[in-house]
Design a protein around this ligand. Sequence first.
Ligand code: NAD
Length: 465
Amino acid sequence: MQIRNPRTGKYDFDLVEFSAEQVKKIASNLRQHQAAWWQSGLELRIEQLQLFAAEIVKAKPELVKAVAEDTGRWSESEIEVDALVQTINRWCKDAPKLLDVVPARAASIPFLEIQQQYYPFQLVGVVSPWNFPLLLSFVDAIPALLAGCAILIKPSEVTSRFVKVLADVLAKVPQLQNVLAVVTGGGETGQAVTSNVDILCFTGSVATGRRVGELCAKLFIPAFLELGGKDAAIVCADADLDIASSAICWGSMVNAGQSCMSIERVYVDRRVAKEFKQLLVEKVSKLRHNHPTMTEGQVGPVISDKQVAVIEEQFFDAKQKNARFLCGGELVNLGGGVYCQPTVIDNITPEMLIATEETFAPVLVIEEFTSEQEAVTLANNSKYGLSGAVFSQNIAKAHAIAHQLNVGGVSINDAALTGFVHEAEKQSFGLSGLGGSRMGAESIRRFIRKKALLTNTGVRSPWWF
Ligand code: NAD
């Protein structure tokens, strides 16, 4: 498979597509090593993951370069590598208390004793998207490895250049290499991964997530699905408008809007709408593309050519239906790469695709409200329910609004915080996902099964015949 370079538009990368047979063989090999990995104990697993983190730090320049070649942007690639190291360090610190074997305890029936044990799933599959290729390949894999599982990862076919550099890093941690494999390819390889694991962590679109979820149901394995969103921000009349416009500008435009928790909709109180829009448009208009070099500007190219078509369709539809573009509104070709202008739109109606469908681009739509209740209704009028934001200087009021939003995480007086605060538990509402929280301490327990040993300490049970 030939893969397009997001900066040049040239198909300059030959992707190796692993066949179903190859995936099956790799999965079987990982399974053979998993028992030793688990039995080696948590201390050794932590040691190996710390070694992995140290090797990532050493290889940071090469890894950043490879991720940047995949994605066409530089600063977010640096963030991905740093965040991966932080993720490893955080889990190495937290795992011992979370996976601790608690001492036996008396049951409520006095002569019975309870001993809880846990058993990791043998093989965890990870299928990841192209918007944060490195980080989203590992965000579930790290806690699963510490829990004692073996891992089979398939990154997006759009962004798999980094896999070679990653393989060089992994080669320096042989024990980890036995239980962690990365295969490349498209949907068929993803299907083969799903078919050969005991539990699947999928991050991607709702459409693929549904297919993957259906296959997992047939295979009778748990699926954790992290899918799309159309996150809304609510700006109350008493919000600090400078803070709100800066936070929303960042939360919407960072990574060129290619984040699941990007702010794509803003509901602003009519009384402050004019001033807010002015501030927002001023800030958004100042953003520049990462062109001609990757380190210039703030907004990178559209990474996937399939997404170019989605943005084009939504812009066309919004223009046809008389949306008002306050800034941006075009896709531009720079050096062969396609870049979406940072865009703010008002005069939108619910019939417009851009008002309801995920855009996954640096594009914001704004609507005004007259009461906070109306704002909540507008924000909740979505099939998605990933996250959101509320701006008000009255924290109690902001919390009351947040409480009514049908989403799994809400940033108060900030935006898209769930993207890098990973210690708070959150689940997805609506079509944004299914399954236990990927974030927070509890998430490691998704990878273990609990077993109860119930011991009679020496009394004839009174219920026997
Ligand atoms: P996608 O659904 O097209 O692909 C995701 C992955 O699934 C890729 O690796 C792909 O090869 C694989 N795949 C495709 N068909 C498959 C099949 N039948 N079986 C198994 N695997 C298959 O998504 P994308 O375009 O790469 O990513 C963008 C989407 O991801 C957006 O909707 C975004 O919101 C979402 N996303 C969600 C989160 C989250 O945490 N909720 C985070 C990042 C991205």
